[in-house]
Design a protein. Structure first.
Length: 311
């Protein structure tokens, strides 16, 4: 907001109790002449600026659903479903052999495909095709993607990075700072603090920070995850953190525990969606057993990391 006033050379310091229209009307003829632009145009530009900010923050178009419309496999055979509708807080896993097309499905969702990718799939947002300008907008990004390979190149501290992202979202950094670093350290094997330089973070620490940042600060309502099991973090806690933030989480995985954490799983075969399987109570019981095993293995891993002997 301050950037608009500065770029238009508007001094509102003593007029903060007025509406913008009242402020413009209070300007003297000389002040208007010095601006070099009619106040009607300035007011129109201000209203457009506000509308852009609302679109940027997603306040005028909240995500209610994401729909995947069927396409074709590598042989041109139609996929075995008509449409799949996902809503906020839904968690979906994508499973299949290496090279089967899991990443292609993630890419279709990231690009909000309109039958213009090799699969011919369509992605709808709130039951509609979104306009081209929003589909490729950097300011109104619907999708955040997290992969196993993630590195920072900016020479900033963790604090400076969070402040930069928060300000770009018009959010007070102090409201999110402690929560982001706390959640990141819960995911990371080795803790770090706000004064750590992000270029010095390990791969696991970088991904832990990005997942916490996505969960607590990013406005993107759809989160795509590609093989988080290889990311060097507490993958189960990472998924649970994202689940608590009312986001649609879609993850490609080879990990049985992550696959079973989902409400449903998409089975990919020969580049196409072969099956959509709903989780069952029997599978949830298996998930509980897998979680116990995973906790046991994590405990052993932490003891080894800290130089303890196992008995």
């Amino acid at each position: 907001m301050d950037n608009f006033f500065l770029s238009n050379e508007l001094n509102i310091e003593n007029s903060k109790e007025k509406t913008f229209h009242e402020y413009l009307c209070s300007l003297t003829e000389q002040q208007v002449e010095e601006l070099g632009v009619p106040i009607e145009i300035i007011e129109d530009n201000f209203n457009e600026f506000l509308n852009q900010m609302l679109r940027f923050l997603g306040e005028d178009n909240q995500l209610k659903s994401l729909t995947i419309l069927s396409g074709y496999d590598k042989n041109g055979k139609k996929e075995s479903f008509d449409k799949l509708i996902l809503k906020p807080s839904d968690v979906v896993s994508i499973v299949g052999p290496t090279g089967s097309g899991k990443s292609r499905l993630l890419a279709d969702i990231e690009w909000i495909a309109r039958a213009d990718t090799p699969t011919g799939r369509k992605i709808l947002i709130n039951d509609e095709e979104i306009p081209t300008e929003k589909r490729f907008s950097g300011n109104e990004k619907l999708v955040a993607q997290l992969s196993q390979n993630m590195n920072f190149v900016m020479d900033l501290t963790v604090r400076e990075y969070i402040e930069l992202h928060a300000k770009s979202r018009l959010v007070d950094p102090e409201d999110k700072m402690d929560l982001i670093i706390k959640d990141a350290n819960n995911l990371s094997g080795e803790g770090f603090d706000l004064d750590t330089y992000i270029t010095s973070l390990s791969g696991g620490q970088s991904r832990a920070l990005m997942i916490s940042d996505t969960a607590n600060l990013s406005s993107s309502p759809i989160v795509l995850i590609d093989e988080i099991e290889n990311a060097g973090i507490d993958r189960k806690s990472a998924i649970e953190l994202l689940m608590r933030r009312d986001k649609i989480v879609i993850m490609a995985t080879h990990d049985p525990m992550l696959a079973l954490m989902a409400d449903k799983r998409i089975v990919i075969k020969n580049g196409g969606i072969d099956k959509i399987i709903e989780s069952t109570e029997d599978e949830r019981q298996i998930l509980r057993k897998l979680s116990e095993i995973d906790n046991f293995v994590n405990d052993l891993r932490n003891k080894l990391r800290h130089g303890e002997k196992l008995y």
